[in-house]
Design a protein. Structure first.
Length: 312
């Protein structure tokens, strides 16, 4: 059955049936607005949009995978501010001939990813469109913490990473070449594994700046360097290239460090910490902050790609 046959409100009822309710959702879908608890008195908000053909392909990923990715892209931004995600709002635009089951499975993926952090989908909107589009807004609570922004890095700080990089980029390259293995990389592209708890723990440990790695480590760390008016150096000897990634890169003629340093969509977190600080569990030192500007690799300029740019 298509969504045109079931209609907007029939689709809404089916989608809502797939959504759970998180502890911060005081009033969920069904009214003109949702009500979400904000004990801190401040709300962190972030939004991302996924467009078919630009951000995802239905022949590469199932609807639940796309739901997980759409939620993760936003929840990671909340964690990167040092906050805990509380709720998601989702706008869904699709052609009328889309199968109802596809939309239901998308909702299931969104709900499941949000549930990993105790959040839930509390509302949104739907519209017909020739281009399948999923736009998500995430809300979060700081829990009494100061937000960790991009502009706080200082010379002498250490740069640390929580989570993995390069896996989703490797999976994207594999799929774009018409292959489906190794599964480890393909599944990383389809469903990111995000270190959500690392954001608040970094804030509690005194992180001076933090960012979600969505477009590439070099590019996103470059945003921190630019906002903080500092230079940042990344050391390649701190990275381990998994055997499956190395083998895939060799077979495809790719330098695996291009995936590790410039690949996005794993949604790792990068943060800077004061010198001598004890890094929280799950964080690994990968570089240092210096006087100057820009990002270097092993104290040299990087000549390869640095990350994703929608308009470049």
């Amino acid at each position: 059955m298509s969504i045109a046959e079931i209609g907007e409100f029939g689709l809404i009822s089916r989608v809502v049936a797939r959504l759970g309710s998180g502890p911060r959702a005081l009033l969920g879908p069904g009214d003109d607005g949702a009500v979400v608890a904000a004990p801190d008195g401040r709300v962190v908000a972030s939004t991302d949009v996924l467009v078919e053909g630009r951000h995802f392909r239905r022949d590469w990923s199932g609807p639940a995978d796309i739901g997980h990715r759409a939620a993760a892209a936003n929840l990671a931004d909340i964690a990167a501010m040092g906050a805990e995600p509380t709720a998601l709002l989702v706008a869904f635009c699709a052609p009328g001939n889309l199968d109802v089951a596809w939309a239901e499975e998308l909702a299931g993926g969104l709900s499941a990813e949000a549930a990993l952090v105790g959040a839930s989908v509390v509302g949104g909107d739907m519209s017909s469109s020739p281009t399948l589009t999923v736009a998500v807004t995430a809300l979060g609570d700081l829990g009494g913490r100061a937000p960790v922004v991009r502009s706080g890095a200082q010379p002498g700080d250490v740069l640390a990473l929580a989570g993995r990089t390069g896996h989703a980029a490797g999976g994207y390259t594999i799929l774009s070449r018409g292959f489906r293995t190794p599964k480890m990389l393909v599944e990383a592209y389809r469903r990111p594994v995000v270190p959500y708890a690392a954001g608040p723990s970094a804030a509690d440990a005194g992180a001076t700046s933090m960012i979600d790695i969505s477009d590439g480590l070099l590019q996103d760390v470059g945003h921190v360097a630019a906002a903080s008016l500092v230079a940042i150096d990344i050391r390649t000897d701190t990275f381990t290239v998994p055997p499956a990634m190395r083998d895939a890169a060799t077979a495809l003629g790719v330098d695996p460090y291009q995936w590790l340093l410039a690949g996005g969509e794993d949604h790792a977190l990068a943060a800077t910490f004061p010198p001598g600080a004890t890094l929280p569990e799950g964080w690994q030192e990968i570089g240092t902050v210096h006087d100057g500007a820009g990002v270097t690799v092993d104290r040299k300029p990087w000549s390869g790609p640095t990350g994703w740019d929608h308009f470049r």
